[in-house]
Design a protein around this ligand. Structure first.
Ligand code: F0G
Length: 459
């Protein structure tokens, strides 16, 4: 077959205007926001790669589903359509809707995790970590490889000997569950192999510990298994996803990613007794168990999204479009986490800005420059997000990596938008030695990256 460009398998049906703020306007916006990109107004951003969460475009079938939404408080038709879609995909008997992923996490950890427990994960996402820690437990990351430049097909894999050693050391009684994040967002959007999921399952079975998936990007993970793991080339992405879910006892899901919706999530599991406890908490904070903080129309859109996301033309385009951006940037010699993740390209600020120490936030400095130079908004995943402040004037305890994530919203930007992002990254990288670090002048006790106020360091 001759080489052909992998095209977007959709036409654009509705468009939204993008404002093009000038550099002076961007400078002013940065100052107003205390150099925290979460403080920008979206209209001040040209290409918004802050997150792939809830930022994608829904299909005409999803919008049609919105019209069919049944807004009954109890027992809505839309709930049963949603429940059937989740059961078909995951095989889990108990399906609990939530307004987004972190609500599912909060409920799951409230019923499973106690003070002094340890929760192993390949890598916790920030809200997952915060929800574990909020229970007084320890969130332990045991990913096999966290070297940004190491090229592995399944770099999200759990380190199995480390998992075993942790269980032996901590004791089964203090490990209420093991989680696997697919794909591994904080570790570079890297996939987990089916073999690794099977191995984690085997260890959990040996010790009698439940295993849960943090399944936000399950379809992208399934696609990587199809194209990279022996024995899966002829299986459909949906069958692969079903096998992934079958290896776990349940999952938390932020449907704002691979649910292809702007809001929504769920908690699903096989354990009936646990689900009763979870539903009681759901009623306390999210709503009645047949809507869980969502409108009937949201449940319709989500049910449809779960079908569309395992479409192989969609997944081929999705993973290729991320790789396309990475290829351009790597081609210009800019250091990125390799191979490219499913939903995002991660720039390696530690390698690009070796003159800025972790406690002066090199990845934050790089993210600010991308915005200043071209109005491109990414997000820092480094010492601001995962480092820890130390008392007095002591420098922060650094995070293991200093990354800027450029997350690609689903079905939203065109190839020329992505070309533009590549141009901005390359231009900023050419001026890397001139970029200076930051200090934090105000911060919250947890999840500080959302609201911290920064000041540029002059030298
Ligand atoms: N788990 C993972 C792996 C995530 O990436 C996220 C969200 C969550 C849980 C929480 O889900 O936002 O619906 O409450 N990640 C977004 C991101 C915010 O930008 O990566 P939520």
């Amino acid at each position: 077959m001759p080489y052909r460009t992998i095209i977007e398998p959709f036409r654009i049906h509705t468009v939204q205007a993008i404002d093009l703020p000038t550099i002076e306007e961007r400078e002013a916006a940065l100052r107003r926001a205390g150099f925290n990109l979460f403080g920008l107004h979206a209209d001040e951003v040209i290409i918004d790669l802050l997150t792939d969460s809830g930022t994608g475009a829904m299909s005409s079938e999803q919008w049609a589903g919105m019209m069919r939404g049944d807004e009954s408080y109890a027992g809505s038709r839309s709930f049963y359509r949603f429940e059937a879609a989740v059961e078909d995909l995951t095989g889990y008997a108990e399906v609990i809707p939530t307004h987004q992923g972190r609500a599912a996490e909060k409920i799951l950890f409230s019923v499973m995790v106690s003070e002094g427990d340890v929760v192993p994960n390949n890598t916790h996402f920030d809200t997952t970590r915060a929800n574990v820690e909020y229970r007084g437990a320890e969130a332990l990351d045991l990913v096999e490889s966290s070297d940004p430049s190491e090229i592995l097909p399944f770099k999200g894999n759990m380190d199995i000997p480390a998992l075993r050693a942790t269980i032996e050391e901590v004791g089964v009684d203090r490990i209420p569950l093991v989680m696997m994040t697919v794909t591994n967002n904080s570790g570079g959007g890297q996939p987990v192999s089916m073999e690794n999921l099977r191995e984690v399952r085997a260890v959990c079975d040996e010790y009698g510990i439940p295993m849960y998936l943090d399944a936000c990007r399950f379809a992208e993970n399934a696609w990587f298994i199809k194209i990279r793991e022996d024995g899966y080339a002829d299986r459909t992405a949906k069958e692969i996803a079903q096998e992934m879910f079958s290896l776990a006892d349940g999952c938390t899901m932020s449907a704002k990613k691979d649910g292809l919706v702007n809001i929504g999530g769920f908690l699903a599991m096989n354990d009936h007794d646990l689900s009763l406890q979870a539903r009681n908490l759901l009623i306390l904070t999210e709503g009645f168990p047949t809507y869980g903080g969502l409108a009937g129309y949201d449940l319709e859109a989500l049910a449809q999204g779960l079908e569309e996301v395992v479409d192989e033309d969609y997944l081929r385009y999705r993973v290729r479009s991320t790789e396309y951006l990475a290829d351009r940037i790597i081609g210009a010699g800019v250091p990125v986490v390799q191979p490219a993740g499913g939903h995002a390209v991660y720039l390696d600020a530690k390698a690009l800005l070796p003159h800025i120490p972790p406690h002066q936030y090199p990845a934050q400095a790089l993210a600010v420059e991308l915005y200043r130079n071209g109005g491109v908004r990414g997000v820092e995943i480094g010492t601001v997000m995962f480092g820890r402040p130390r008392p007095g004037d002591e420098p922060d305890e650094p995070a293991p990596t200093e990354l800027v994530r450029l997350a690609i919203p689903r079905r939203t930007y065109t190839q020329s938008h992505i070309d533009y992002v590549g141009e901005v990254v390359i231009e900023v990288a050419q001026h890397a030695p001139e970029i200076r670090g930051y200090r934090i002048v105000d911060q919250a006790p947890w999840l500080r990256h959302f609201t911290a106020v920064f000041e540029p360091l002059s030298e």
